[in-house]
Ligand binder design. Structure first.
Ligand code: S3P
Length: 429
């Protein structure tokens, strides 16, 4: 689908970002392992979370929709099938990598497949340590999906220091660890902590990073949850509210877990006028309403240690950087090349199409910002990546002529209501 973006004068009103994709997928996948019913309120309609539900059904979970919430009856850790056949993880790296930990741990025979994009994303990072624990896994050449898990023997626990700051890898290992005599994941650089919080895993500070423990003796806690608004989706409106002239937006009930909301601090230090109101919690997760007002932006340098807490927001932060008064950079973000597309290259192309000056590095970008930038009308390629489609839309709306986004339907992966919300905020309805 091609979406035409007309120039937007200003943005106003309030919006509720869709429920958090990371938390929702975890709630679904973990509920499979529970012996009790799990009630999940505010489950997202977006494609990735729906994929997670389809996957747990294949593994024996029963899902009922009652009064807008989901009641999931899992199999428990010991009730997973011997052979689950082929399970399609669609576009979702989180579903594939977390499910891999569960399947390897439970000794279930299964083949995990994904769409064209997911089949090009490296699975070596999970295959190697799972094999070390005793899992028998066959993968396509180069360690890509499809991944075939041979029905197997119990895994042995290991101590595993994360070689890359990846919450998906951390979670995969902790989930496999739930079936072992004891597994410790050592995390030198913090990444999103939803898995350890939701599973109530024991953590302790160690000399070389946070140590997180899981084992077969760890009971699965009650997992009932109301999913908070997705900070990663809210980030599009935070940037839009800042760069569009004469704008004021409130993004309501947004998740504010500090391991996710790094972009908020980055935008604030660039000069963004963003305030938090109505702070509360849903389960263990802090939430709040974010009020954002058009602001002049200063350039900034995002440091490598800040990257994990803003990894998914970098495409739209790059849009903010293009309107800052000077040169901004982010480095240490090589991981961005392994997302739904090569996001370093995609963001550089997006900004260049708009007429911005960008220098591409292996691990980041240098963006020559200009507060007076008027993006030239362009045909933006989303590369079938939801976050590139949405970042391009925010950028294109600042132009003075019509632009278009190719494969605009990619937004459905995390934010099915994105176009409707954009039109509402732009006063087009
Ligand atoms: C995710 C972790 C991040 C993030 C992805 C979702 C998660 O990936 O980019 O969108 O839900 O754990 P990595 O952990 O691979 O960095």
């Amino acid at each position: 689908m091609i979406r035409v973006i007309e120039p937007v004068q200003s943005l106003a009103g309030s919006v509720k970002a869709p429920p958090d994709k990371s938390i929702a997928q975890r709630a679904a996948l973990f509920s499979l392992l529970s012996d009790k019913e799990t009630v999940i309120c505010n489950y997202p309609v977006a494609a990735d979370p729906q994929t997670a539900l389809a996957c747990i059904k294949m593994l024996g979970a029963k899902i009922e929709e009652r009064d807008g919430s989901l009641t999931i009856t899992g199999t428990g850790k010991t009730g997973l099938p011997k052979d689950a056949g082929t399970i399609d993880c669609g576009n979702s790296g989180t579903t594939m990598r977390l499910l891999a930990g569960i399947i390897a741990g439970s000794g279930t025979g299964a083949i995990l497949t994904g769409d064209a994009s997911l089949s090009k994303r490296t699975m070596k990072r999970i295959i190697d340590p799972l094999r070390k624990m005793g899992a028998e896994i066959r993968a396509a050449e180069g360690d890509f999906a499809p991944l075939q898990f041979m029905p197997g023997k119990p895994l042995t626990g290991i101590d595993f220091k994360l070689p890359v700051a990846s919450a998906q890898l951390k979670s995969c290992m902790l989930l496999a660890g739930l079936f072992t005599n004891g597994t410790t994941v050592i995390e030198p650089v913090p990444s999103r902590n939803h898995t350890e919080k939701m599973l109530n895993l024991k953590t302790e500070a160690g000399a070389d990073g946070l140590k997180i423990h899981s084992s077969r003796n760890h009971p699965i806690p009650v997992l009932d949850i109301t999913i908070p608004g997705d900070f990663s989706s809210a980030a599009f409106w935070l940037v839009a509210g800042v760069i569009y002239p004469d704008s004021e937006i409130v993004v309501k009930e947004t998740g504010l877990n500090p391991t996710r909301s790094g972009a908020l601090e980055i935008l604030k230090r660039m000069g963004a006028d963003i305030t938090i109101g109505n702070e509360s919690r849903t389960g263990a997760e802090p939430i709040g309403d974010l009020r954002v007002i058009s602001s002049k932006l200063n350039p900034t340098r995002i440091l490598p240690e800040e990257i994990p807490n803003c990894i998914d927001e970098l495409p739209v932060l790059a849009v903010a950087m293009a309107f800052a008064d000077g040169i901004s950079t982010f480095r240490g973000a090589a991981e961005l090349r392994h997302k739904e597309c090569d996001r370093i290259n995609a963001v550089a192309s997006m900004l260049k199409s708009a007429g911005a000056e960008v220098i591409e590095f292996e691990d980041g970008l240098e963006i020559h910002g200009n507060p007076g930038l008027i993006p030239q009308p362009s045909n933006y390629n989303s590369y079938h990546d939801h976050r590139i489609a949405m970042a391009s839309a925010i950028l294109a709306g600042m132009g003075h002529g019509s632009s278009s986004i190719e494969h605009a339907e990619a937004v459905n992966v995390s934010y099915a209501e994105f176009w409707e919300h954009f039109d509402n905020l732009a006063g087009r309805v």
